[in-house]
Design a protein around this ligand. Structure first.
Ligand code: MN
Ligand code: MN
Length: 316
């Protein structure tokens, strides 16, 4: 039985300033639409510690995604030739209750994943990766992880709270959601409280690639090593936009100087081709600090690149 393959609305059929405000102007579908890939928004920023605004990220990423065309000129990926892809809208979180919201997100993703769809998520702050990993690990078992970020996000507590945007990967390890030998964190940097801010990750078996190791060089060789390490099982991509330098991505909550370049960000995602990628997210875009829209535009492009490395994508 053939399935209908959805296409982004062409800029030759409707000017890019118009059309539906879905990701890439794809159809809006329900969770049970028989999708291979679902773009999902999580308008959540009540786990944020510094500047707020990431709740507005999904809407702005969708808006800036209107420039994306279906074919990847660099990698020759044609994701809409073989995958059924749509935008399933936003998760109806409870913006007055963080813990209830985490449960709502987990249930929403469990329902989506049960259909066989792979989620590509527009955040939202990084807290949301914990319930997503819970839902995915229940289906796939412990996950490999490619995590791009200025921060390790492995705090035990923030202000005495165990769930916040700086703690999700500590909780994920404690809950057995990650296969720790298949976890890589890239782009970490900045000031900390103690060396343990990054060394805790290393003690779990993660590979930590601090930003300084990335300066002035292509990350294609690094990604060959990363792919070898995280392969052999399901892999999740979690991309915090603050992994990139604030010169390129200023519209985010917790900025750190000396970050990755845009080409390096593209190399990281493109370097995940061939892995069993079961989902990904792009988090921490904060439109109130994104006066040009460039941060959301970058986020939209990185999500498109994640789509282009999913298993089953054809290249032509
Ligand atoms: Mn983060
Ligand atoms: Mn961060």
């Amino acid at each position: 039985m053939s399935k209908e393959l959805f296409q982004p609305l062409s800029g030759n059929a409707m000017p890019r300033a118009g059309g539906p405000a879905t990701f890439m102007r794809l159809p809006a579908c329900d969770l049970d639409a028989g999708l291979d890939v679902a773009f999902v928004g999580v308008p959540f920023d009540i786990g944020t510690s510094n500047r707020p605004g990431a709740r507005l990220g999904p809407r702005q990423i969708r808006d800036e995604s209107r420039m994306l065309r279906p074919y990847n000129m660099a990698t020759r990926a044609a994701p809409f030739d073989s995958l059924r892809v749509a935008d399933t809208g936003d998760v109806p979180i409870n913006t007055f209750n963080l813990l209830k919201s985490i449960d709502i997100i987990e249930r929403h993703y469990a329902q989506l994943i049960a259909t066989g769809a792979k989620p590509l998520t527009m955040g939202g702050d990084h807290t949301i990766v914990l319930p997503i990993l819970r839902a995915l690990a229940r289906r796939h078992g412990p996950l490999g992880l490619v995590h791009v970020d200025a921060h390790a996000d492995i705090n035990d507590e923030m202000f005495g709270e165990r769930i916040a945007h700086g703690t999700p990967f500590r909780r994920a390890v404690e809950e057995g959601l990650l296969d720790c030998r298949r976890v890589v964190q890239i782009g970490l940097r900045g000031t900390g409280y103690a060396a343990d801010d990054f060394d805790w990750s290393r003690r779990q078996g993660f590979r930590v690639v601090q930003a300084e190791e990335c300066w002035y060089r292509s990350l294609a060789p690094l990604m060959r090593e990363v792919a070898a390490q995280v392969g052999g099982g399901p892999v999740y991509i979690s991309f915090d936009i603050d992994g990139l330098d604030p010169a390129f991505a200023p519209g985010t909550g917790t900025v750190e100087v000396g970050g990755l370049t845009v080409p390096q960000g593209l190399e990281i995602v493109r370097g995940c081709r061939g892995l069993d990628v079961v989902g990904g997210d792009l988090v921490e875009v904060s439109p109130p600090y994104d006066t040009t829209g460039n941060t959301a535009l970058l986020g939209a492009n990185l999500l498109y690149e994640m789509l282009c490395v999913l298993p089953g994508v054809q290249y032509r």
